[in-house]
Design a protein around this ligand. Structure first.
Ligand code: SAM
Length: 244
């Protein structure tokens, strides 16, 4: 790969942590809390994490890396090129008394060997990472040899509201938000020699919206997530698990 291995979002994420202590969407705002809780629950039920070694790649400020010990994992390593975010993640793990199971290191998806050496994992989690990379297809090919399974959580590329936000919202533009069509991500796994064994569409609550709207969306979420076609257009996130 000849192009850069990071885009400007990495320094933008670091700037968010330096300014506020965390990523904008990991705060106490009701909409962000509801959306991220739904995403964490969906990840937890898409794969049996018990006893597994996990690589949380593009872990950011580590907020959701710290969810995993409660799922009975063996251990988890968080990797991200954003150095300020990784320092914050290390402090969070120490403060929570989880440093025996959770560790963090600065590293890049395109040079995983430098970050993890010869380690191989049961599963790599890519939560909201692919769309922040200069070449997402290349990233899937790069991580495939390092684990038996790869879980991807991405903005749902079928959702027309997301497509609009990516163009007009300041946050989305500054953080280089984009969404891929599900079939595109599946084709990257196929080309990397992996098979997608789980697909789901989850979460109806927008990350940043007024409390009343978040509560209304949350009330409709269980119904919407159950209706084929409707969920594929309305849900905010796509979740895939691919295996060798
Ligand atoms: C939306 S954040 C997701 C963070 C975390 N997974 C979460 O769910 O909160 C995207 C992350 O991708 C990271 N990232 C960007 N380029 C990367 C690269 N080349 N290798 C690994 N991570 C990268 C960013 O630094 C950022 O922390």
């Amino acid at each position: 790969m000849t192009q850069n291995t990071t885009k400007k979002n990495v320094s933008q994420f670091d700037a968010d942590v330096a300014a506020t202590g965390s990523y904008a969407y990991t705060t106490e705002k009701l909409s962000a809390k509801l959306a991220n809780k739904r995403i964490s629950d969906a990840i937890a039920s898409a794969y049996d994490f018990r006893g597994k070694s996990v690589l949380d790649l593009g872990c950011g400020d580590g907020t959701y890396t710290l969810d995993f010990p409660a799922l009975g994992i063996k251990d988890i390593l968080g990797v991200d090129p954003a150095e300020v975010a990784i320092a914050s993640a290390q402090k969070k793990a120490a403060d929570a008394g989880l440093s025996d199971k959770v560790s963090f290191v600065v590293g890049n998806i395109y040079d995983l060997r430098a970050a993890v050496g010869d380690r191989r994992f049961d599963i790599i989690v890519l939560r909201g990472v692919l769309h922040h990379l200069p070449d997402a297809k290349q990233a899937i090919a790069a991580v495939a040899p390092f684990a038996d399974a790869v879980l991807v959580l991405e903005p749902n590329g079928y959702n027309p509201v997301l497509k609009l936000l990516e163009k007009v919202s300041t946050y989305h533009v500054e953080h280089e938000e984009q969404s891929f069509l599900p079939g595109t991500i599946k084709s990257w796994f196929k080309d990397a020699g992996m098979k997608v064994e789980h697909t789901s569409y989850v979460n109806l609550v927008a990350m940043f919206c007024p409390d009343w709207f978040a509560k209304t969306c949350k009330a409709f979420e269980p119904v919407v997530e159950r209706i084929p076609v409707v969920r594929e257009i309305a849900c905010g996130q796509l979740l895939l698990v691919a295996k060798h």
